[in-house]
Ligand binder design. Structure first.
Ligand SMILES: [Fe+2]
Length: 340
């Protein structure tokens, strides 16, 4: 397994069980690989494979970490470390509802959020089924999302509990300002004038995501940070950059829109990854002590809600832009009876 961020140890009274949908690839007792729809993690050392496999066999939701370690004949510290890694990968969940170290929970909920996001949006705007208007709509709504960052990041800055967090979020917002301008240039290359772009508005379904983030930034700072961890480019997620490169190359090859239109959107992904935006959102959790079960459930619900809202945002693009013949954005001039 890759090196992971050091986090405080889990409570030995937690009762863990495998998360539904996670695939545990085994060879006999040994656990070789953990796979979700967005990430796969291999366990390299044969000794770790055996210990992980024995521990996993003991996890039924009724057995504490301490008892599982004894039954699996694994030292307490080693068992805790292994199970903590699986928890942080989003492969295990706690049934005992014990307090959880904040950073461990952040990694857990972000890993699960990436799966929820994938599931909520699966099959809606797949590259292979994109048409010119659908791709155009995807880019326009992406532009609105980036351009509206100020509306929720500014609120998060005001709500951030420490000066350090306020500064980090301020830097993030400054990045997004320039990113929004560069995406706008891309849309101009698709033939949109300044005034058309000024009058463009996010689809109601995209606005719902933005409004959700705005409200969460105001009322639930840790939930907001967890949403940021799911949405922003992940750190240290090996292979992801190559997968994205492959997707972009396929998209270019289909000639749905001129390369010059796509270029800033492609560059934006690379810029976000280089700026390591995904790493920012763990910071509020590093500053926190253990999270009570109620706090964890609330953060989880917020992240799920955002993922579902993104699913609706993607469907909104299909409904509106899928019915368009011209490359024109949804705007204040769009008739309200339109099914958007
Ligand atoms: Fe960005």
């Amino acid at each position: 397994m890759a090196d992971r961020i050091a986090t405080a140890p889990l409570d030995a009274e937690m009762r863990l069980r495998p998360v539904a949908g996670v695939e545990f690839k085994r060879d006999g007792v040994a656990l070789l690989e953990i796979e979700t729809v967005v990430q796969s993690t291999t366990i390299d050392a044969p000794d770790d494979q055996l210990r992980s496999g024995r521990l996993l066999s003991c996890l039924d939701g009724d057995t504490t970490i301490a008892v599982a370690a004894r039954r699996a004949d694994v030292g307490t510290d080693a068992a805790s470390a292994i199970l903590q890694t699986l928890f942080e990968l989003g492969a295990l969940e706690d049934v005992a509802r014990r307090p959880v170290p904040a950073t461990a929970f952040y990694l857990h909920v972000v890993a699960r959020g990436k799966v929820w996001f994938h599931e909520a949006t699966r099959g809606v705007l797949e590259s292979a089924r994109l048409t010119g208007p659908l791709l155009f709509g995807k880019l326009v709504e992406n532009y609105h999302y980036v351009d509206s960052a100020v509306s929720h990041v500014s609120t998060a800055i005001a709500q951030a509990p420490t000066q350090r967090l306020r500064l980090l979020l301020g830097e993030f917002l400054a990045d997004e300002y320039w990113h929004g301008l560069s995406l706008r240039e891309g849309l101009k290359r698709a033939g949109l004038s300044e005034s058309t772009l000024d009058e463009a508005e996010p689809l109601p379904t995209t606005a719902a995501v933005i409004n959700l983030l705005r409200v969460v930034a105001q009322t639930h700072f840790l939930g907001y940070a967890a949403c940021g961890g799911v949405s922003e480019s992940p750190t240290g997620c090996e292979g992801l950059a190559m997968v994205n490169e492959g997707n972009w190359n396929e998209l270019y090859a289909r000639n749905l829109l001129p390369d010059a239109v796509l270029a800033p959107f492609r560059e934006h992904e690379a810029l976000d990854a280089m700026a390591d935006h995904g790493a920012l959102f763990i910071e509020p959790f590093i500053e926190r002590g253990p999270l009570a079960s109620e706090e964890c459930r609330e953060i989880e619900a917020t992240v799920r809600r955002m993922c579902l809202a993104w699913g609706e945002a993607h469907r909104g693009i299909v409904r509106f832009y899928g019915a368009q013949t011209e490359l024109l954005p949804f705007s204040r001039h769009t008739p309200l009876f339109h099914d958007a």
